[in-house]
Ligand binder design. Sequence first.
Ligand code: SAM
Ligand code: DTB
Ligand code: SF4
Length: 389
Amino acid sequence: MSGEAIKNCVANSSPERGGGPTAKPLVEGQGTRSPASVSTPCPSTGFAGPPPRSGEELGVRSTWTRAEIADLFDLPFTELVFRAAEVHRANHPVNEVQLSTLLSIKTGGCPEDCGYCNQSASAETDLKATKLMDVRAVLQSAAQAKDNGSSRFCMGAAWRNPKDRDMPAIVEMVKGVRAMGMETCMTLGMLTPGQAQRLGEAGLDYYNHNIDTSPENYGNVITTRTFQDRLDTLDNVREAGINVCCGGIVGMGETRADRVGFVHALATLPHHPESVPVNALVPVKGTVLGDMLADTPLAKIDEIEFVRTVAVARITMPLSMVRLSAGRESMSESTQALCFMAGANSIFTGDRLLTTANAGDDADAALFAKLGLRPMQAEAPMRMAEAAE
Ligand code: SAM
Ligand code: DTB
Ligand code: SF4
């Protein structure tokens, strides 16, 4: 290992960088690695990175059956979490959590009818629709996120799809955030192959596009686009060489079978998404699903069932980053801790997601200190496997 690599490794694991219980992990320790760098194998943390191995060698497969996934969900809870923790430890640095910050660059007025979303024009909320933000204002927000310790900046727009006239500003945002040394992520709705290509050429690291739920339940949640439309955009993103961030929402009143179908759809993609966000529905009054939950509180997702979903995602997609996404604000510290044990290794930071409240940096700093977690500096396993292909 080179002297520089050892320095990085030691720096990454020292308490000053957020490793100890008294540290302030969320605001310290932002490294300066380039967006596409991979982690360094580190004797002090015990995480064996290279030599690169293929996904298959690492036990990654796309042949999961629904029955196998249902059997995982059915395991006794502690057995399931134990297995997920084993898979997590074999493939990822332990006690490290990747931090991303979200910014809504174009809010509300969306023509889609996603039943969970307060940004849909069909939702009866008082959310104010805005135009696409100015590039400069977006870059200011990104700089602030970086100062707060975030390593990835995710920009979201309430669009069915971007218009070609929006693309120059979008490209400037990607280039500007990348130039700050942060990873970039965008979620702009459906993309044509040409648009995905342009984003890839601009250096976009990740594109978030969720399947949201099982193929069977999809039509109960969204009618203005199909499950296949989602898969087509994911293909265009992959084809353009951009990492895929794809997951969904639990707690929308779906059945266990839907959660099985949801994880199955992700884990049988020819190439697992590099990031898998698992959102718990944030029920917003005036949305179809928010109102439904307000009327039938028992439909709220059971927290143990939420942890089960995280654990099954971890086991079936061993190299992916599993992101504990929306819904953390109303989740107990103990449930979040169980999610980290069950293999979640990424979160959104800050006091806002796109339009709704998030846990906030102070609460997260306290949680990280309590649990001995630290911010991840590099996200390696998927990329190392890829490098070997
Ligand atoms: N318009 C783009 C799209 O739909 O792809 C990007 C933005 S959209 C807000 C991104 C994702 O956020 C959705 O696919 C959904 O999974 C999640 N999301 C939106 N509203 C949510 C809510 N109330 N609770 C939980 N997750 C939500
Ligand atoms: C994802 O799966 N969750 C994030 C991100 N991708 C873009 C968004 C959550 C949004 C929650 C509702 C809101 O704040 O508007
Ligand atoms: Fe529009 Fe995205 Fe909200 Fe659906 S989830 S209504 S596409 S902003």
